[in-house]
Write a protein that binds this ligand. Structure first.
Ligand code: MTE
Length: 309
């Protein structure tokens, strides 16, 4: 089959002229905003919620050391394989317990919403961590547009399924039942720290980090932050997320960062802050809720976090 890659087609050919211009405007505005918000030379940088020694991780590491199994399982695979993914046009299907459902162009969803710079600690369940300057839109502002009803207790996201452009989805060795699925309770999704990230380091989100938009929930293990989202479903029931489906005794639905609950195969008490090496492992204690306990612990009041891991 002949696959037309993004580079073969002018974006204006496949997207209507006005939608195309709208997207450029949105991204231009976002980039200017993040530059003004902290990445310019003179502007003060917001470090809310970060510790003194939470230095921003070098861009090269954030964009070249990735988990995105759709493009392979090695940390270097997404950077090597995601470049040709077509992200424009991008359509998102909205379904379930909401008044406004259907197919929406990415541009139309984000139109009029202002991205903000958010520098967050980011902790993978594999026990490495980073500090990343995201540019994102509060998730609540996005979801409210679809007017979820009182029956919406959870929101469920799915990643693009396009094996012709995603080499990992074609692999016989993959045990993942594609597409990648993740979900949040509605109150988690509406928490002010939850964002849809559209950029990094003042630039458009690179494909390997989940272009054109990906979830970012900083108090949870990284696998909750699903990339390249094409489906938003409002549900009455708690979904089974991809990693839970693979190994429910190792990965739960909540996945809140918790130094007191070890992974069955390794400790979660500490983490390796990247960059690190065998000579300088850069280990540091893991913080409850990844350091955001003050903001989010109330969401889980009365819950046994050993049971709901
Ligand atoms: N989303 C999809 N669709 N596929 C994936 O394999 N990996 C998750 C998460 N989102 C993953 C995903 C995991 S395990 C982590 S740690 C983060 O993405 C990594 O994000 P990063 O590559 O931007 O650091």
């Amino acid at each position: 089959m002949l696959i037309r890659k993004k580079t073969d087609i002018a974006s204006s050919e496949i997207t209507s002229e006005s939608v195309y211009k709208q997207r450029r405007r949105f991204l231009g505005q976002s980039t200017a905003l993040i530059a003004g918000a902290g990445l310019g030379l003179n502007a003060p940088r917001s470090r809310a919620g970060l510790q003194e020694d939470d230095d921003i991780t070098p861009e090269r590491i954030v964009t070249q050391y990735n988990n995105f199994y759709e493009f392979g399982t090695d940390k270097s695979d997404p950077y090597a394989n995601a470049g040709a993914l077509t992200t424009d046009p991008w359509t998102v299907a909205v379904s379930g317990e909401a008044k406004k459902t259907g197919e929406f162009a990415f541009e139309d969803i984000v139109k009029g919403l202002t991205p903000e710079e958010r520098i967050y600690r980011f902790r993978c369940v594999e026990a490495w961590s980073m500090v990343v300057p995201w540019m994102g839109i509060p998730l609540k502002n996005i979801l409210q547009q679809f007017e979820p009803t009182g029956d919406a207790k959870y929101v469920v996201f799915k990643t693009l399924y396009r094996p012709e452009e995603m080499v990992g989805q074609r692999s016989f060795f993959s045990s993942i039942d594609w597409p990648y699925v993740e979900g949040l309770r509605m109150d988690e999704a509406y928490h002010p720290l939850s964002i849809m990230a559209v950029g990094l380091y003042g630039k458009e989100l690179p494909n390997q980090n989940g272009a054109p938009w990906r979830l970012m929930v900083p108090w949870k293990y990284g696998f909750k932050s699903i990339k390249s989202i094409v489906s938003i479903h409002f549900s009455k029931r708690q979904p089974v997320n991809t990693w839970q489906a693979l190994a429910a005794h190792e990965y739960g639905f909540y996945a809140n960062v918790n130094p007191a609950v070890d992974h069955p195969r390794w400790s979660q008490a500490s983490e390796r802050r990247l960059p690190s090496s065998i000579f300088d492992p850069n280990r540091r204690p893991t913080l409850p809720f990844n350091g955001y306990a003050e903001e989010v612990a109330d969401l889980y009041r009365g819950m046994d976090l050993r049971k709901f891991y």
